[in-house]
Ligand binder design. Structure first.
Ligand SMILES: CC(C)(COP(=O)(O)OP(=O)(O)OC[C@H]1O[C@@H](n2cnc3c(N)ncnc32)[C@H](O[C@H]2O[C@H](COP(=O)(O)OP(=O)(O)OP(=O)(O)O)[C@@H](O)[C@H]2O)[C@@H]1O)[C@@H](O)C(=O)NCCC(=O)NCCS
Ligand SMILES: Nc1ncnc2[nH]cnc12
Length: 295
């Protein structure tokens, strides 16, 4: 699908563009709500549980998502306008401040601001170049536009959990995930989501199967931060065992998920990175299947 909105900015054109940015913002927020509201996620916050967290709950995440409204619209517009990397970075830093103001300084979506922010900006670039909104095109835009800047011009804060884990264990995290164009989503998570949704016609099953495949394969720096490489590997093993036993295709799949969840909570494990990438996967699915061409 290509959207030709290149024209002299008339009122109609401007409203069409605004409508597009608003759609992207809605897709991103809806994806974050879908992730949050998926019940019984291992170690993660959901409507019925705080998972492995004492500092945040469902309301904290609702407040966080509410604070993000408009951010992804702005980032997609920035991409369309070919704004400089530093403008995207500064907008992201500002949004992190707004998030913390809304959550009593709890880190709920720092990674999601980054991950979904660049995905939104890449969509703006695709539209500017009249490229169809496929996940492959969007991720190629990220690599072509910002891989160098992300690798050379993004300040890596030495005290961040991710950078401390990179220094201690050499595990890569969000920066490498985005700068390499979400390879795990393109190659594994999104195909899993499509396949499970097609076979089961059940969004909840598709989301849970996708989350588990992400946990099984991702170098999630949240898991490493809380429990070291050992806990990351144990978490990955638990998710692999769930999938190898049949995943959501098991008749007792909810019980099987609960077993993993209880283990994660017992070990204080929280795969926040995998949760974010589930949201990004759902976002790409929505963009590919629900984007409405206003012109
Ligand atoms: C690029 C930044 C995200 C900074 O990256 P850095 O590596 O320095 O990281 P962290 O501060 O550790 O944040 C990384 C967050 O990214 C998520 N994540 C983890 N692993 C991966 C991965 N392999 N791929 C993708 N994403 C990953 C994860 O975010 C989610 O989890 C957090 C909530 O969980 P929780 O356990 O509560 O986390 P903590 O509070 O840290 O632990 P506890 O104290 O509770 O135990 C939440 O952030 C979720 O989103 C990682 O936390 C970026 O911040 C940056 O540099 N920004 C600069 C501005 C910018 O460029 N913005 C972009 C504009 S478009
Ligand atoms: N539902 C969730 N629970 C805990 N950390 C998260 N990071 C992103 N989504 C999360």
């Amino acid at each position: 699908m290509s959207v030709n909105i290149l024209s002299e900015p008339t009122n109609e054109t401007l409203s069409s563009k605004q409508a597009i940015w608003q759609q992207i913002d809605d897709f991103a927020l809806d994806a974050l709500y879908d992730e949050l509201n998926l019940e019984n996620k291992p170690g993660l916050v959901c409507p019925s549980s705080n998972g492995s967290h004492s500092d945040m709950n469902h309301d904290t995440f609702i407040a966080s998502i509410t604070s993000l409204r408009g951010y992804f619209a702005t980032l997609s517009e920035f991409g369309y306008e070919n704004r400089a990397f530093v403008d995207l970075k500064n907008k992201g830093i500002y949004q992190e401040i707004k998030m913390r103001q809304a959550t009593n300084n709890v880190n709920t979506h720092k990674g999601a601001i980054f991950n979904l922010g660049f995905a939104s900006a890449a969509i703006g670039k695709c539209l500017q170049q009249n490229q169809s909104l496929t996940t492959q095109n969007i991720c190629a835009q990220i690599v072509n536009s910002w891989q160098y800047d992300l690798t050379h011009h993004l300040e890596r804060k030495a005290d961040s959990h991710g950078q401390q884990m990179y220094k201690k264990y050499g595990v890569t995290g969000a920066i490498e995930m985005v700068s390499n164009g979400f390879q795990i989503i393109q190659n594994t998570a999104l195909p899993c989501f499509y396949d499970t949704f097609y076979r089961t016609q059940d969004f909840e099953k598709a989301a849970m199967q996708t989350l588990m495949i992400l946990i099984s394969a991702l170098s999630d720096t949240n898991l490493v931060w809380r429990g070291g490489i050992k806990d990351l590997m144990n978490a990955q093993m638990m998710a692999k065992q769930f999938l190898q036993a049949g995943g959501v295709y098991q008749s007792n799949w909810r019980q099987a998920v609960s077993t993993v969840n209880q283990y994660f909570i017992h070990c204080n494990l929280s795969p926040g990175g995998s949760a974010d990438l589930l949201a990004v996967t759902i976002f790409f699915y929505k963009v590919e299947n629900e984007f409405n061409n206003p012109v």
